[in-house]
Design a protein around this ligand. Structure first.
Ligand SMILES: Nc1nc2c(ncn2[C@@H]2O[C@H](COP(=O)(O)OP(=O)(O)O)[C@@H](O)[C@H]2O)c(=O)[nH]1
Ligand SMILES: [Mg+2]
Length: 207
């Protein structure tokens, strides 16, 4: 949920979601190392009030205007379900990182189904960016195969990345930031944007 902090900055929350080893932390590091012109703080893991470490990454990104993006990555292993649910609370945009490795297909499906369950009515409403990562793998699954297997048939922009080479990651962040702001600040514009995104997805899947 976007909010104004003590210094008067608007803060948006972006959550990188997806199965273990799909490349979420790598993407955060790319954003940290390669994005210029933004105020960055070191990536850190955050502790819960009892002092126990919750296993996730957190990095605030500040812009030149009074806007901040708080970026989180969830722990991907199945047993960390509770943390993932907790981390999703108040998200303004979600980036779902798909592992294009054929051997990861089942974990991708498990993870997107869990996200669908967590979001409930918000599925298709809250900005969700689908990122097909590891496109460098020689046996990377084709886009339509992945989208069909994951039942990605809604108003979701799809990006392809090679996070280990930093390719495509910045565009993903820009789109997440753009949609988060539209969603929270310009809901009418956002609603029209959803129509366009849904149409694009339909065309992609029918081709
Ligand atoms: N081939 C390939 N490997 C990647 C890519 N992105 C990440 N990896 C590797 O996948 C593994 C898991 O990455 P990590 O970012 O820790 O995944 P996380 O569990 O989602 O945070 C690491 O060994 C990364 O180097 C990619 O685009 N291509
Ligand atoms: Mg990680």
């Amino acid at each position: 949920m976007v909010y104004k902090d003590k210094q008067g900055f608007f803060r948006f929350k972006i959550v990188f979601y997806g199965p273990s080893l799909s490349g979420k932390t790598t993407m955060l590091k790319v954003l940290y190392n390669r994005i210029s012109g933004l105020k960055k703080s070191k990536i850190r893991s955050v502790e819960d009030p009892s002092g126990r470490t919750l296993y996730f990454d957190y990095m605030p990104l500040g812009t030149k205007s009074k806007v901040f993006f708080d970026i989180y990555t969830v722990p991907g292993q199945r047993r960390h379900k509770k943390q993932r649910k907790f981390l999703l609370e108040g998200a303004d945009a979600i980036v779902f990182v798909v592992d294009s490795d054929p051997s990861a297909l089942q974990e991708n499906v498990y993870s997107i189904n869990e996200l669908r369950e967590f979001l409930g009515d918000k599925w298709g409403e809250i900005p969700l960016i689908i990122v097909l990562n590891k496109r460098d793998l020689p046996d990377a699954l084709p886009e339509t195969v992945l989208l069909r297997a994951l039942r990605i048939n809604g108003p979701f922009p799809v990006f392809k990345t090679i996070a280990i080479e930093g390719l495509g990651v910045k565009r993903v962040f820009q789109e997440a930031a753009r949609l988060a702001m539209l969603y929270r600040v310009f809901p009418d514009v956002y609603r029209r944007e959803l129509e366009t995104l849904a149409q694009t997805t339909r065309e992609k899947l029918s081709s």
